[in-house]
Every structure is written in C-alpha cells, then in structure tokens.
Design a protein around this ligand. Sequence first.
Ligand code: HEC
Length: 119
Amino acid sequence: MKKSVFLIASVLVLSFAACKSTKETTAVKETLNCGTTAYTLAGDIQPLISSNCGGCHGTKGKKAGLDLNLPETIKTVAADGRLVCVMRAAKGCAVMPPGQPLSKIDVDKVECWVNNGMK
Ligand code: HEC
C-alpha cells in the first residue's frame, strides 16, 4: 500500500516536471541573428528591397512618396527607423509589404545592416 502511494506521488511529480520544461522551451525569445556576414547596401539590401518593395515604391508607384529603388531613400527610411519597423510589422507601424511581411531571415539581414552602420 505504502509503495503504491509513493509510486503515484512520483508519477505526479514527474508529470509536473515534464509540463514545466515544455513551457520553458516554447517561451524561448526570438533573437536577432546576424551571423558573420557583413551585409552591404549594394550587394544585399538594395536587391532585396527593390524586388520586394520596388513594385509599389518605385518611379511609377512611389507609395508614401518613397522610391525605394534609390539607395538614398533606403538609407533615409533606415536611419529614421521606419524601414525595420514596417518590415518587422512592429506595433504602430504599417506592415510592409502590406499583409505579407518578409521572412525573419530577410528582416534580420536588414536590421543587421542598419545596426552595422548602413554601409
Ligand atoms: C503592394 C504595394 C506595396 C508594397 C509591395 C510595399 N509597400 Fe510600403 N507602402 C505602400 C502603401 C500604399 C503605403 C502608404 C500607406 C500606408 O502607410 O499604409 C506604404 C508606406 C510605406 C512606408 C511609410 C510608412 C510610414 O508610416 O511612414 C514605408 C517606410 C514603406 N511603405 C516601406 C516599404 C518596404 C520597406 C517594403 C518592402 C519590404 C514595402 N513598403 C512594400 C504599399 C506597398
């Protein structure tokens, strides 16, 4: 009798422990992954922005008055914080491209380039 009570008690303790550990693993915070590559405006960022944003923010569309095919314009919206904000779909920012943000890998690339001084 005593043995079975002990058994039930240990099963309960073990299942609580298991429950706790799954909760902890799902709560892992997303971190910025810059890797070891130094991204450049001409080599990485401009092609990415042109192909994903240039359709609406080009010479023809120029939504919000922005021609994002121009490197100076990319730098301007990067420096004032709007570039990463809209691409992250962060609170208080419009989501860009509208309704379909790019992958975390691509947005990380842009944020790493900004943090690295926009070269
Ligand atoms: C399907 C068209 C479309 C695409 C693609 C698009 N945008 Fe936009 N964007 C808009 C429109 C329309 C606005 C203005 C209305 C608004 O703010 O929602 C805008 C506004 C903006 C603004 C100004 C927001 C502000 O609050 O000042 C920025 C910055 C911007 N877009 C960046 C981007 C970037 C970066 C991409 C690519 C990752 C992108 N957009 C892709 C249509 C688009």
